[in-house]
Design a protein around this ligand. Sequence first.
Ligand code: AHM
Ligand code: MG
Length: 339
Amino acid sequence: MAKRKGITVSRQIMDSQLLHPGATGELTGLLNELIVAAKIISAEVNMAGLADILGQSGKVNIQGEDVQKLDEFANQTIKRRMEQCGYICVMASEEEEGIIPVLEGYEGKYSLAFDPLDGSSNIDVNVSIGTIFSIHRRVSSGKQGSAEDLLQKGSRQVAAGYIIYGSSTVLVYTTGDGVHGFTLDPSVGEFFLSHPDIRIPEQAKYYSVNESYTNYWYEPTRKFINYLKEVDPDSGRPYSLRYIGSLVADFHRNLIKGGIFLYARDRKSTDKPEGKLRLLYEAAPLAMVVEQAGGRAITDDGRRILDIEPRELHQRVPLIIGSKKEVDLAEQFFTASAK
Ligand code: AHM
Ligand code: MG
Protein backbone atom coordinates (compact mmCIF):
# COMPACT_ATOMS: atom_id res chain seq x y z
CA MET A 1 0.00 0.00 0.00
CA ALA A 2 1.39 3.39 -0.99
CA LYS A 3 2.04 5.77 1.88
CA ARG A 4 3.36 8.80 0.06
CA LYS A 5 2.50 12.20 1.49
CA GLY A 6 0.49 14.33 -0.89
CA ILE A 7 -1.21 11.31 -2.40
CA THR A 8 -4.85 11.93 -3.28
CA VAL A 9 -7.63 9.61 -2.26
CA SER A 10 -8.37 8.72 -5.90
CA ARG A 11 -4.73 7.73 -6.43
CA GLN A 12 -4.72 5.65 -3.27
CA ILE A 13 -7.98 3.86 -4.16
CA MET A 14 -6.50 3.11 -7.58
CA ASP A 15 -3.27 1.79 -6.00
CA SER A 16 -5.34 -0.43 -3.75
CA GLN A 17 -7.31 -1.71 -6.75
CA LEU A 18 -4.05 -2.67 -8.45
CA LEU A 19 -3.33 -4.98 -5.51
CA HIS A 20 -6.37 -7.04 -6.50
CA PRO A 21 -5.80 -8.67 -9.87
CA GLY A 22 -9.10 -9.09 -11.65
CA ALA A 23 -10.62 -5.97 -10.08
CA THR A 24 -12.86 -4.25 -12.60
CA GLY A 25 -12.52 -0.74 -11.24
CA GLU A 26 -16.18 -0.62 -10.25
CA LEU A 27 -15.51 -0.30 -6.51
CA THR A 28 -13.01 2.43 -7.32
CA GLY A 29 -15.66 4.20 -9.39
CA LEU A 30 -18.24 3.81 -6.64
CA LEU A 31 -15.95 5.25 -3.96
CA ASN A 32 -15.01 8.14 -6.20
CA GLU A 33 -18.68 9.02 -6.74
CA LEU A 34 -19.29 8.87 -3.01
CA ILE A 35 -16.34 11.16 -2.43
CA VAL A 36 -17.82 13.74 -4.80
CA ALA A 37 -21.06 13.58 -2.80
CA ALA A 38 -19.04 14.07 0.39
CA LYS A 39 -17.37 17.17 -1.01
CA ILE A 40 -20.75 18.67 -1.90
CA ILE A 41 -22.11 17.91 1.58
CA SER A 42 -18.95 19.29 3.18
CA ALA A 43 -19.33 22.59 1.33
CA GLU A 44 -22.96 22.83 2.45
CA VAL A 45 -22.14 21.95 6.07
CA ASN A 46 -19.50 24.69 6.09
CA MET A 47 -22.10 27.17 4.89
CA ALA A 48 -24.65 26.16 7.53
CA GLY A 49 -23.51 28.78 10.01
CA LEU A 50 -23.86 31.47 7.36
CA ALA A 51 -27.40 30.52 6.45
CA ASP A 52 -28.96 33.20 8.63
CA ILE A 53 -26.59 35.90 7.42
CA LEU A 54 -27.27 35.00 3.82
CA GLY A 55 -30.99 35.09 4.40
CA GLN A 56 -31.60 31.45 3.59
CA SER A 57 -32.77 30.19 6.93
CA GLY A 58 -36.51 30.34 6.23
CA LYS A 59 -38.56 27.75 4.44
CA VAL A 60 -37.97 29.47 1.11
CA ASN A 61 -34.63 30.74 -0.17
CA ILE A 62 -33.95 33.79 -2.32
CA GLN A 63 -34.56 31.86 -5.52
CA GLY A 64 -37.99 30.91 -4.21
CA GLU A 65 -36.94 27.30 -3.74
CA ASP A 66 -37.57 25.36 -0.59
CA VAL A 67 -34.56 25.31 1.68
CA GLN A 68 -33.74 21.80 2.76
CA LYS A 69 -32.60 20.80 6.18
CA LEU A 70 -28.98 19.74 6.04
CA ASP A 71 -29.70 16.06 6.72
CA GLU A 72 -32.28 16.03 3.92
CA PHE A 73 -29.79 17.77 1.67
CA ALA A 74 -27.12 15.16 2.46
CA ASN A 75 -29.59 12.34 1.84
CA GLN A 76 -30.70 13.74 -1.52
CA THR A 77 -27.13 14.47 -2.60
CA ILE A 78 -25.99 10.90 -2.02
CA LYS A 79 -29.13 9.41 -3.56
CA ARG A 80 -28.99 11.55 -6.71
CA ARG A 81 -25.26 10.99 -7.12
CA MET A 82 -25.41 7.23 -6.64
CA GLU A 83 -28.67 6.29 -8.37
CA GLN A 84 -27.11 6.70 -11.78
CA CYS A 85 -23.46 5.98 -11.10
CA GLY A 86 -23.87 2.47 -12.53
CA TYR A 87 -21.98 0.75 -9.72
CA ILE A 88 -24.77 -0.10 -7.28
CA CYS A 89 -28.05 -1.96 -7.58
CA VAL A 90 -29.88 -0.68 -4.49
CA MET A 91 -29.43 1.68 -1.54
CA ALA A 92 -30.77 2.17 1.97
CA SER A 93 -30.55 5.33 4.00
CA GLU A 94 -31.09 5.92 7.70
CA GLU A 95 -33.40 8.74 6.61
CA GLU A 96 -35.75 6.55 4.56
CA GLU A 97 -38.00 3.69 5.50
CA GLY A 98 -37.65 1.37 2.53
CA ILE A 99 -35.00 0.41 0.02
CA ILE A 100 -34.01 3.02 -2.55
CA PRO A 101 -33.86 1.66 -6.10
CA VAL A 102 -31.37 2.98 -8.63
CA LEU A 103 -32.42 4.25 -12.04
CA GLU A 104 -33.42 1.59 -14.52
CA GLY A 105 -30.51 0.54 -16.68
CA TYR A 106 -27.92 1.70 -14.13
CA GLU A 107 -27.89 -1.42 -11.94
CA GLY A 108 -24.38 -2.30 -10.79
CA LYS A 109 -22.87 -5.04 -8.65
CA TYR A 110 -22.79 -3.42 -5.21
CA SER A 111 -25.28 -2.24 -2.58
CA LEU A 112 -24.87 0.89 -0.48
CA ALA A 113 -26.22 1.61 3.02
CA PHE A 114 -25.60 5.07 4.45
CA ASP A 115 -26.34 7.46 7.27
CA PRO A 116 -26.27 10.75 5.36
CA LEU A 117 -25.64 13.05 8.32
CA ASP A 118 -25.17 11.36 11.65
CA GLY A 119 -25.44 13.54 14.74
CA SER A 120 -27.31 16.20 12.79
CA SER A 121 -28.84 17.62 15.97
CA ASN A 122 -25.36 19.10 16.54
CA ILE A 123 -25.30 21.26 13.40
CA ASP A 124 -26.47 24.45 15.09
CA VAL A 125 -23.65 24.37 17.62
CA ASN A 126 -20.69 23.70 15.31
CA VAL A 127 -20.09 20.21 16.64
CA SER A 128 -18.68 17.68 14.20
CA ILE A 129 -21.14 15.54 12.27
CA GLY A 130 -20.56 12.90 9.64
CA THR A 131 -21.66 10.63 6.82
CA ILE A 132 -21.23 6.87 7.32
CA PHE A 133 -21.28 4.31 4.49
CA SER A 134 -21.27 0.55 4.05
CA ILE A 135 -20.83 -1.34 0.78
CA HIS A 136 -21.67 -4.97 0.05
CA ARG A 137 -21.40 -7.04 -3.08
CA ARG A 138 -24.75 -7.76 -4.68
CA VAL A 139 -26.20 -11.21 -3.97
CA SER A 140 -29.66 -11.05 -5.62
CA SER A 141 -30.09 -12.15 -9.19
CA GLY A 142 -33.05 -10.15 -10.57
CA LYS A 143 -32.60 -7.10 -12.76
CA GLN A 144 -33.09 -4.73 -9.85
CA GLY A 145 -31.39 -5.03 -6.49
CA SER A 146 -33.40 -5.97 -3.40
CA ALA A 147 -33.28 -5.77 0.39
CA GLU A 148 -31.36 -9.04 0.33
CA ASP A 149 -28.37 -7.15 -1.08
CA LEU A 150 -28.39 -4.87 1.96
CA LEU A 151 -29.27 -7.36 4.69
CA GLN A 152 -25.87 -8.99 4.78
CA LYS A 153 -23.50 -9.50 7.66
CA GLY A 154 -20.96 -6.78 8.34
CA SER A 155 -18.15 -9.27 7.79
CA ARG A 156 -19.20 -9.37 4.13
CA GLN A 157 -18.72 -5.63 3.61
CA VAL A 158 -16.28 -4.88 0.81
CA ALA A 159 -15.75 -1.32 1.96
CA ALA A 160 -16.89 0.94 4.78
CA GLY A 161 -16.02 4.28 6.23
CA TYR A 162 -17.14 7.77 7.10
CA ILE A 163 -16.58 11.41 6.38
CA ILE A 164 -16.37 13.70 9.39
CA TYR A 165 -17.20 17.35 8.88
CA GLY A 166 -15.20 18.90 11.68
CA SER A 167 -12.44 21.47 12.06
CA SER A 168 -11.49 20.01 8.71
CA THR A 169 -13.28 17.41 6.60
CA VAL A 170 -11.70 13.99 6.95
CA LEU A 171 -12.51 10.79 5.07
CA VAL A 172 -11.67 7.50 6.75
CA TYR A 173 -12.25 4.26 4.88
CA THR A 174 -11.22 0.65 4.51
CA THR A 175 -11.55 -1.88 1.73
CA GLY A 176 -10.26 -4.64 3.97
CA ASP A 177 -6.57 -3.91 3.82
CA GLY A 178 -6.10 -1.37 6.58
CA VAL A 179 -7.67 1.97 7.37
CA HIS A 180 -6.63 5.21 5.74
CA GLY A 181 -7.57 8.80 6.51
CA PHE A 182 -7.61 11.73 4.10
CA THR A 183 -8.08 15.41 4.82
CA LEU A 184 -9.93 17.67 2.41
CA ASP A 185 -7.93 20.64 1.20
CA PRO A 186 -10.81 22.98 0.32
CA SER A 187 -8.55 25.28 -1.67
CA VAL A 188 -8.07 22.59 -4.32
CA GLY A 189 -11.09 20.41 -3.55
CA GLU A 190 -9.03 17.25 -3.03
CA PHE A 191 -8.69 14.75 -0.20
CA PHE A 192 -5.01 14.15 0.60
CA LEU A 193 -3.63 11.25 2.59
CA SER A 194 -3.12 12.52 6.14
CA HIS A 195 -3.49 9.37 8.25
CA PRO A 196 -1.94 6.35 6.48
CA ASP A 197 -2.52 2.91 7.99
CA ILE A 198 -4.44 4.03 11.06
CA ARG A 199 -4.02 1.78 14.09
CA ILE A 200 -6.27 2.42 17.08
CA PRO A 201 -4.20 2.52 20.30
CA GLU A 202 -4.52 -0.89 21.93
CA GLN A 203 -5.34 0.70 25.25
CA ALA A 204 -6.37 4.21 26.31
CA LYS A 205 -8.03 5.60 29.41
CA TYR A 206 -11.03 7.26 27.75
CA TYR A 207 -14.67 6.24 27.71
CA SER A 208 -17.62 7.67 25.81
CA VAL A 209 -21.14 7.04 27.06
CA ASN A 210 -24.23 9.13 27.74
CA GLU A 211 -23.84 9.12 31.49
CA SER A 212 -27.12 10.89 32.13
CA TYR A 213 -28.78 7.51 31.52
CA THR A 214 -27.12 5.95 34.58
CA ASN A 215 -30.46 5.33 36.25
CA TYR A 216 -31.74 3.51 33.17
CA TRP A 217 -28.71 1.25 32.86
CA TYR A 218 -28.70 -2.45 33.55
CA GLU A 219 -26.20 -3.75 36.05
CA PRO A 220 -23.30 -4.65 33.70
CA THR A 221 -23.18 -1.13 32.27
CA ARG A 222 -23.34 0.40 35.76
CA LYS A 223 -20.64 -1.88 37.14
CA PHE A 224 -18.35 -1.37 34.16
CA ILE A 225 -18.58 2.42 34.20
CA ASN A 226 -18.17 2.51 38.00
CA TYR A 227 -15.04 0.39 37.60
CA LEU A 228 -13.63 2.83 35.02
CA LYS A 229 -14.23 5.68 37.48
CA GLU A 230 -12.67 4.04 40.52
CA VAL A 231 -9.48 5.66 41.75
CA ASP A 232 -6.56 3.30 41.22
CA PRO A 233 -3.54 5.17 39.85
CA ASP A 234 -1.59 1.91 39.47
CA SER A 235 -3.98 0.72 36.80
CA GLY A 236 -4.53 4.16 35.28
CA ARG A 237 -7.97 4.74 36.73
CA PRO A 238 -10.12 6.80 36.77
CA TYR A 239 -10.63 6.91 33.04
CA SER A 240 -11.59 10.25 31.50
CA LEU A 241 -15.03 10.79 30.01
CA ARG A 242 -15.34 12.20 26.48
CA TYR A 243 -18.86 12.28 25.05
CA ILE A 244 -19.83 14.49 22.15
CA GLY A 245 -23.16 12.84 21.32
CA SER A 246 -22.25 12.60 17.66
CA LEU A 247 -21.21 9.02 16.92
CA VAL A 248 -18.81 9.78 14.07
CA ALA A 249 -17.02 12.39 16.19
CA ASP A 250 -16.86 10.16 19.28
CA PHE A 251 -15.70 7.23 17.18
CA HIS A 252 -13.11 9.24 15.24
CA ARG A 253 -11.56 10.61 18.42
CA ASN A 254 -11.32 7.11 19.88
CA LEU A 255 -9.89 5.74 16.63
CA ILE A 256 -7.05 8.25 16.74
CA LYS A 257 -6.50 8.62 20.49
CA GLY A 258 -7.86 5.31 21.75
CA GLY A 259 -10.77 4.63 24.09
CA ILE A 260 -14.13 2.91 24.22
CA PHE A 261 -17.61 4.01 23.12
CA LEU A 262 -20.73 2.35 24.53
CA TYR A 263 -24.41 2.54 23.67
CA ALA A 264 -25.79 -0.51 25.42
CA ARG A 265 -29.37 -1.58 26.02
CA ASP A 266 -31.09 0.32 28.82
CA ARG A 267 -34.54 0.81 30.37
CA LYS A 268 -34.99 4.26 28.86
CA SER A 269 -36.66 3.48 25.58
CA THR A 270 -39.01 0.58 25.69
CA ASP A 271 -39.63 1.14 21.98
CA LYS A 272 -35.90 0.62 21.30
CA PRO A 273 -35.10 -2.59 23.16
CA GLU A 274 -31.83 -3.02 21.27
CA GLY A 275 -30.38 0.39 22.12
CA LYS A 276 -30.40 3.35 19.77
CA LEU A 277 -27.80 2.84 17.08
CA ARG A 278 -28.50 1.15 13.77
CA LEU A 279 -26.73 -1.97 12.63
CA LEU A 280 -26.56 -1.26 8.90
CA TYR A 281 -25.79 2.46 8.86
CA GLU A 282 -23.74 2.93 12.01
CA ALA A 283 -22.53 -0.14 13.89
CA ALA A 284 -21.45 -2.47 11.05
CA PRO A 285 -19.43 0.05 9.01
CA LEU A 286 -17.68 1.44 12.10
CA ALA A 287 -17.05 -2.12 13.29
CA MET A 288 -15.27 -2.92 10.02
CA VAL A 289 -13.17 0.22 10.36
CA VAL A 290 -12.26 -0.47 13.99
CA GLU A 291 -11.35 -4.11 13.36
CA GLN A 292 -9.22 -3.16 10.39
CA ALA A 293 -7.47 -0.68 12.68
CA GLY A 294 -6.82 -3.35 15.34
CA GLY A 295 -9.76 -2.65 17.65
CA ARG A 296 -12.98 -4.50 18.46
CA ALA A 297 -16.75 -4.01 18.23
CA ILE A 298 -19.23 -6.19 20.13
CA THR A 299 -22.78 -6.10 21.47
CA ASP A 300 -23.60 -5.93 25.17
CA ASP A 301 -23.99 -9.71 25.19
CA GLY A 302 -20.59 -10.30 23.67
CA ARG A 303 -21.48 -10.94 20.03
CA ARG A 304 -19.13 -9.65 17.36
CA ILE A 305 -20.98 -6.88 15.51
CA LEU A 306 -19.67 -8.06 12.15
CA ASP A 307 -21.19 -11.52 12.68
CA ILE A 308 -24.76 -10.29 13.14
CA GLU A 309 -27.12 -11.33 10.37
CA PRO A 310 -29.43 -8.32 9.82
CA ARG A 311 -33.17 -9.02 9.87
CA GLU A 312 -34.40 -5.58 8.84
CA LEU A 313 -33.06 -2.36 7.39
CA HIS A 314 -33.45 -0.22 10.49
CA GLN A 315 -32.47 -2.82 13.06
CA ARG A 316 -30.88 -1.35 16.16
CA VAL A 317 -28.03 -2.93 18.02
CA PRO A 318 -26.23 -2.38 21.33
CA LEU A 319 -22.73 -1.20 20.51
CA ILE A 320 -19.45 -1.42 22.43
CA ILE A 321 -16.58 -0.31 20.20
CA GLY A 322 -13.01 0.89 20.46
CA SER A 323 -9.54 -0.07 21.67
CA LYS A 324 -8.97 -3.79 22.01
CA LYS A 325 -8.04 -3.88 25.70
CA GLU A 326 -10.96 -1.68 26.74
CA VAL A 327 -13.47 -3.76 24.75
CA ASP A 328 -11.94 -6.95 26.21
CA LEU A 329 -12.46 -5.46 29.66
CA ALA A 330 -16.04 -4.43 28.89
CA GLU A 331 -16.74 -7.91 27.57
CA GLN A 332 -15.80 -9.39 30.95
CA PHE A 333 -18.38 -7.20 32.69
CA PHE A 334 -21.09 -7.69 30.10
CA THR A 335 -20.79 -11.43 29.75
CA ALA A 336 -20.27 -12.13 33.47
CA SER A 337 -23.92 -11.76 34.45
CA ALA A 338 -27.17 -12.02 32.58
CA LYS A 339 -29.35 -8.92 32.54
P1 AHM B 1 -29.25 10.17 14.89
O1 AHM B 1 -29.04 9.06 13.90
O2 AHM B 1 -30.68 10.54 15.12
O3 AHM B 1 -28.36 11.36 14.56
O4 AHM B 1 -28.81 9.57 16.29
C1 AHM B 1 -27.57 8.98 16.41
C2 AHM B 1 -26.78 9.76 17.41
C3 AHM B 1 -25.34 9.35 17.40
O5 AHM B 1 -24.58 10.18 16.57
C4 AHM B 1 -24.95 9.49 18.84
O6 AHM B 1 -23.93 8.61 19.20
C5 AHM B 1 -26.22 9.19 19.57
O7 AHM B 1 -27.26 9.47 18.69
C6 AHM B 1 -26.38 10.00 20.81
O8 AHM B 1 -27.55 9.63 21.46
P2 AHM B 1 -27.93 10.17 22.90
O9 AHM B 1 -28.38 11.58 22.72
O10 AHM B 1 -29.01 9.27 23.39
O11 AHM B 1 -26.70 10.08 23.77
MG1 MG C 1 -27.33 8.29 12.75
